[in-house]
Design a protein around this ligand. Structure first.
Ligand code: UDP
Ligand code: MN
Length: 297
């Protein structure tokens, strides 16, 4: 690893991000301790990232689950705004997982963009719907999705795009800084602490708290990630325990063990309820209001 420039070097050329303009954001952390770039607005050249991706003739997958009332509540806006902002100019294949394929909104898509709908069983508990995504994604990545796409982003449906989300976000493995936790001290981060859980992290472990509403990477890297999380969740279930934040706890354990190659700033998945923050210049995805009483049983 080690893709960040040494201190004081002004410009660096790297795949997908083009020229990293590190001093454009002196007030935020732009490189992890293991040398992965943390992508903030102004630290990359979107046009160069775009050209690089076009030269590589990529197909980029975007997976989203819309099970139960999450479908009516969120899916149309998620897909409509993805058409406006997600990887515009690239080849894109959306994968929507739902128990009701006929209810998925069908709108004309931009050139080079396709929508595939895959049927899943509806789990009874919302926690199980959320966790079961890991196993379903693992299977999909080993099937048509994995043959069609080279890079894939896996997202929650209860959010919508509000700004350009382009190939600057691509890398072998990509983790999202959690909007509510990116400035918290490590010992206070809401990792799973019960040592019996496969997701457990000790007080001196953990780099950042990552948000499971958005992760991505190459097909091979995501096969490994989803296999790990599905296995760990199964192990906990066999012991009669469940990690504090479900699949997110296991994702955080995975990224502690296997460092992401790229980290996205909270600008890429921001919660408007937090309000204005000087360092949040240009949000790309916004959390939809949490209406759990309406969507969860
Ligand atoms: N989800 C779903 N139906 C459910 C529960 C979850 O489709 O009954 C999917 C949906 O994509 C949702 C994601 O799983 O965005 C994670 O659940 P949620 O967003 O409620 O978790 P939170 O963001 O509050 O942690
Ligand atoms: Mn969510």
């Amino acid at each position: 690893m080690g893709t960040c420039p040494p201190a004081r070097m002004l410009l660096l050329r790297d795949n997908f991000t083009g020229l990293l303009r590190l001093w454009a954001r002196p007030e935020v952390l732009t490189c992890t301790s293991w040398g992965a770039p943390i992508i903030w607005d102004g630290t990359f050249d979107p046009d160069m990232a775009q050209q690089e991706a076009i030269q590589q003739n990529l197909t980029i997958g975007l997976t989203v689950f819309a099970v139960g009332r999450y479908l009516e509540k969120y899916l149309a806006r998620f897909l409509e705004t993805a058409e406006q902002h997600f990887m515009v100019g690239q080849r894109v294949v959306y994968y929507v997982f739902t128990e009701r394929p006929a209810a998925v909104p069908r709108r004309p898509l931009g050139p080079g963009r396709q929508l595939r709908v895959e049927r899943v069983l509806r789990e009874r508990r919302w926690q199980d719907v959320s966790m079961e995504r890991m196993r379903t994604l693992h299977a999909a990545l080993g099937g048509r999705l994995g043959r069609e796409a080279q890079f894939v982003f896996c997202m929650d449906v209860d959010q919508y795009f509000s700004g350009a989300f382009g190939p600057e976000a691509l890398a072998e493995s990509v983790a999202q800084l959690h909007a509510w936790h990116y400035h918290w001290p490590r010992r206070l981060l809401p990792y799973e602490r019960d040592a019996r859980s496969a997701a457990a992290l000790a007080v001196d472990e953990g780099d950042f708290y990552y948000h499971a509403a958005l992760f991505g990477g190459s097909v091979a890297a995501l096969r490994q990630l989803t296999a790990h999380c599905a296995r760990a969740q199964q192990q906990d279930r066999a012991r009669g325990i469940e990690a504090r934040w479900h699949d997110e706890s296991h994702l955080n354990k995975y990224f502690w063990l296997h460092k992401p190659a790229k980290v996205l700033s909270p600008e890429f998945c921001w919660s408007p309820e937090i309000g204005q923050r000087a360092e949040i210049r240009h949000p790309r995805l916004l959390w939809a209001p949490k209406e759990y009483a309406l969507v969860r049983d």
